[in-house]
Write a protein that binds this ligand. Structure first.
Ligand code: ADP
Length: 156
């Protein structure tokens, strides 16, 4: 059976931390679907279309990677795509507590889907999409935080 994983997130925008987790996971799965969750309650800086286009650009040469958007429960989206795994990155103890809750609830919702965690590489631990947005809003340089192809290193 083909092993398929979903990497769910907001990716507002995708960062070097996300890219690192994605690349390191490619040896584990036959297919990885990077899935942008559409959450009407969350205030976003970039449109879903923009976020998706960037992710596609970053991974355009990776045949195993697909990019999608979804609404609703992540486990429902996994079932729709026949994915057996949810991939998540862990940066800090705070991430762990948050992810523990989501992971255990997802397991209750569907015990056939396993969440797989990868520890972030040390140099990417402080990078979050929300910090990137803050730095951008204030005219700072995010070139060490996001892939070059985004071309949003510094607000004009
Ligand atoms: P969410 O809104 O679901 O937290 P994010 O786009 O912020 O979505 O993150 C998606 C996934 O990527 C999460 O598992 C998160 O822990 C992971 N992630 C985010 N930033 C990093 C990073 N710097 N290093 C490793 N993993 C990260």
């Amino acid at each position: 059976m083909k092993s398929i994983a979903i990497f769910p997130g907001s990716f507002d925008p995708i960062t070097l931390g996300h890219v690192s987790v994605v690349k390191r996971s490619l040896g584990l799965f036959d297919e990885l679907i990077i899935a942008i969750g559409i959450n009407a309650d969350k205030k976003q800086m970039f449109t879903v279309e923009q976020r998706k286009a960037w992710i596609e650009l970053v991974f355009k040469n990776e045949k195993k990677i697909k990019v999608a958007t979804y609404e609703g429960l992540t486990v429902d989206f996994c079932r729709k795509k026949n994915a057996q795994f949810i991939l998540r990155g862990l940066r800090t103890a705070a991430d762990f507590e948050f992810e523990r809750g989501i992971g255990q609830i997802n397991r209750k919702l569907d015990p056939n889907i396993e969440t797989v965690f990868l520890l972030t590489e040390a140099q990417y631990t402080p990078i979050t999409s929300s910090i990137v947005r803050d730095v951008l809003r204030n005219g700072g340089d995010v070139s060490t935080m996001v892939p070059d192809v985004l071309q949003i290193h510094k607000r004009k």
